[in-house]
Design a protein. Structure first.
Length: 163
């Protein structure tokens, strides 16, 4: 049961949009409201002759900041246990938030292979801004647009080379 990828990150960064792109489905619910995806969703993906499973995480629907942070933490801990590679999604439009720093901290300490995806890089001007996310201390950073597909080829080449 190899080749499992888990997508983590705070709500509204585009995890479900990326999941749908990777799995070629419209299974995950994409919503304007933060926290719409319920718990975890499993799908199949294929790139450069490599099959892998993708897990979309979510289930953060709550108004309490404490529970919210705890729910993100729980999803990251499960992802670290369950996945071979963790894809950590951040959002270039919002920039770095406290939640991003918390997740990055957990991932750095886990020693798990991590790819950081800077999403919503819909145009080339945003590529420059995406490099700010190197300050989170993770080695691999890929600017992508989950909506229009920009950058996803390079990201996927790297991903499947890491199994
Ligand atoms: P999740 O909560 O992390 O699963 O995020 P969603 O996939 O539900 O997306 C949250 C919002 O961001 C939706 O309005 C998406 O359409 C939007 N979004 C996702 N990917 C992109 C992207 O690459 N560019 C832009 N501009 N918006 C995006
Ligand atoms: Mg979602």
């Amino acid at each position: 049961m190899g080749n499992i990828v888990a997508i983590v990150g705070r709500p509204n960064v585009g995890k479900s949009t990326l999941f749908n792109r990777l799995t070629g489905t419209r299974q995950a619910i994409v919503n304007e409201e933060a926290g719409v995806t319920r718990d975890r969703l499993y799908g199949k993906a294929f790139w450069n002759g490599v099959d892998f499973s993708v897990i979309d995480t979510g289930g953060y629907a709550t108004n309490s900041d404490d529970i919210f942070e705890e729910a993100i933490r729980r999803q990251v801990v499960i992802a670290i246990e369950e996945a071979d590679i963790v894809v950590f999604v951040v959002d270039v439009v919002t920039g770095i938030t406290d939640y991003d720093e918390g997740v990055a901290d957990l991932l750095r300490r886990s020693q798990k292979p991590v790819l950081m995806v800077v999403n919503k890089v819909d145009n080339s001007e945003r590529i420059t801004e995406s490099s700010y996310f190197y300050s989170l201390g993770l080695e691999h950073l890929y600017p992508i647009s989950a909506i229009n597909g920009a950058g996803t080829g390079d990201f996927l080449d790297k991903l499947v080379s890491m199994f």
